[in-house]
Design a protein around this ligand. Structure first.
Ligand code: DQQ
Length: 477
């Protein structure tokens, strides 16, 4: 199916031109240009470990929404002894005294992954030279069951690196190393280990992937990590705490995105405006066969600004650039006591939309938002919000999203703290991607309507008190 005819392929979310996409890698902004590298199989719509190769795709943008595809940036070397013979797995881009340097995981089937380096002297970062000293670091001895993915930063005269790991009898771990030159590394011990409260980890058998550690201001740091169990990419955990010497002292932890596996392996970067921007992998909810037929698999999330909220928790919001895509505006103003039970029906909003509203709900009151709705309601995705005590509980029900058999249509459930004052509700729909933000708490998902007229939106407040005021915009891009 050609790209232009594919009703499921997102517009302003990055997808591979052909083939498979998973983790975001090497995110950066340099001289105004955003670079997104990503795990990529250019030969098939399955992970390169199944068939094809695992390479680094590359795209650039000036607004984080419109992406230009560049040639594949890193391919595995074919030599029998090559440290990345079986895949260039996830990693980051750092600036080594003016030299752009990738730190990535070289994969060798049967032996696991090891940290590798590649440098570029191309201002456009199209071409890379692998370091002849690869791999540059071996896992510390004893009990390491998994060891890959990199978060690298500079602290004083030292490079610091966290490698994601699994530890026998423990579970997920972030292992800290230090180096003067990126080439020779000394083990400093675990920065943090699981299982952490609220993250759904079971401990033994788990590993962390793609750990990211970054400052939040106010003396706080955040850590995010993919929770991996016996080959399954489950969800993203997070922690907020203080860096004390070589460990992260954790104040709170939980699941970052209520969409679970639909927001995985996030990576963040500091952009030139000083924003901490995070991007994750929106995994597919359809079969490999459906992806092969479409010619692409996987999308990167909308870039999100992450920050420490007044409640000392991690908050996420789509980058403000999304507003530049707004076209036709459909006003929303519903008052439960006036309009309760009467649905506001917006037809032909389109399959790319942005809902931004202030929402207040009395205890027990409910708001239902029908997304990607067909005129006869045969297909629709239902976002449901309810005030329950000190929480706003929200669900995304996908069991009526499609008449096609096959895609995952399970219901996803989130919650946000709520004290009765209005909160921001934000929903972005871009073809098969749905991203919901309730008071800064995200829920990401994929939906695959079978009908091309699934482009309406309805909003309905229960008669109990509540108010929702805002706008639904049709988005271009
Ligand atoms: N994907 C990469 C690994 C990482 C995993 C391989 C997470 O480096 O651990 O494609 O999705």
């Amino acid at each position: 199916m050609s790209t232009a005819d594919d009703p499921q392929r997102p517009g302003f979310h990055l997808t591979a031109p052909y083939g498979w996409l998973n983790d975001p890698n090497g995110l950066a902004q340099r001289d105004g240009t955003f670079h997104a590298f990503y795990q990529h199989n250019p030969y098939a719509c399955v992970h390169g470990d199944v068939r094809g190769v695992t390479a680094w795709g590359h795209a650039t943008s000036t607004d984080l929404l419109h992406w230009d595809h560049l040639p594949v940036a890193l391919l595995p070397d074919t030599g029998e002894d090559a440290p990345d013979r079986d895949g260039c797995w996830s990693g980051v881009l750092v600036d080594d005294h003016g030299t752009p340097t990738l730190v990535y995981s070289g994969n060798r089937r049967g032996e696991g992954q090891r940290p590798c380096l590649a440098t570029s002297d191309d201002p456009d970062l199209r071409t890379w030279t692998k370091d002849p000293g690869n791999p540059v670091l071996d896992p510390p001895p004893d009990g390491v069951t998994e060891f890959r993915d990199h978060c690298v930063w500079r602290e004083g005269d030292e490079w610091r690196q966290v490698v994601s790991a699994g530890l026998d009898g423990v579970g997920g771990a972030a292992l800290l190393f230090g180096s003067a030159d990126l080439h020779s590394w000394a083990y400093r011990g675990p920065l943090a280990t699981g299982p952490l409260p609220g993250t759904g980890e079971t401990g033994d058998g788990d590993a962390w992937e793609c750990v990211d550690v970054f400052p939040l201001g106010h003396g706080r740091h955040a850590m995010t990590f993919g929770v991996w169990r016996e080959g399954r990419t489950l969800w993203t955990g997070y922690a907020v705490g203080h860096l004390v010497g070589d460990t992260l002292s954790i104040d709170r932890s939980g699941v970052l995105d209520a969409g679970l596996r639909y927001f995985y392996a996030p990576q963040s970067f500091l952009d030139e405006r000083g924003r901490r921007v995070m991007v994750g992998w929106l995994q597919e909810g359809r079969s490999d066969e459906a992806c092969e037929e479409a010619g692409w698999s996987g999308a990167l999330s909308v870039p999100r600004v992450v920050s420490l909220g007044d409640d000392d928790d991690l908050h996420s919001a789509p980058v403000e650039e999304v507003a530049t895509l707004r076209g036709e505006a459909h006003p929303v103003d519903l008052d439960g006591s006036r309009d309760g039970g009467r649905a506001l029906s917006l037809d032909r909003v389109g399959v790319r939309l942005d809902l931004e509203a202030e929402l207040a709900l009395e205890p027990g009151a409910e708001l239902e938002v029908g997304l990607r709705r067909t005129p006869d309601d045969a297909e629709r995705t239902l976002l449901h919000l309810q005030a329950c005590g000190s929480e706003l509980r929200f669900t995304l029900a996908r069991d009526q999203s499609t008449l096609e058999p096959g895609p995952d249509t399970s219901t996803l459930r989130g919650r946000a703290p709520y004290d009765g004052r209005p909160v921001t509700l934000r929903v972005l729909v871009d073809h098969s991607t749905v991203e919901v933000f309730v008071a800064g708490r995200p829920l990401s998902a994929r939906v695959y309507p079978s009908r091309s007229d699934a482009e309406g939106v309805t909003l309905e407040l229960s008669p109990a008190g509540g108010r929702v005021t805002g706008t639904v915009w049709t988005l271009s891009g």
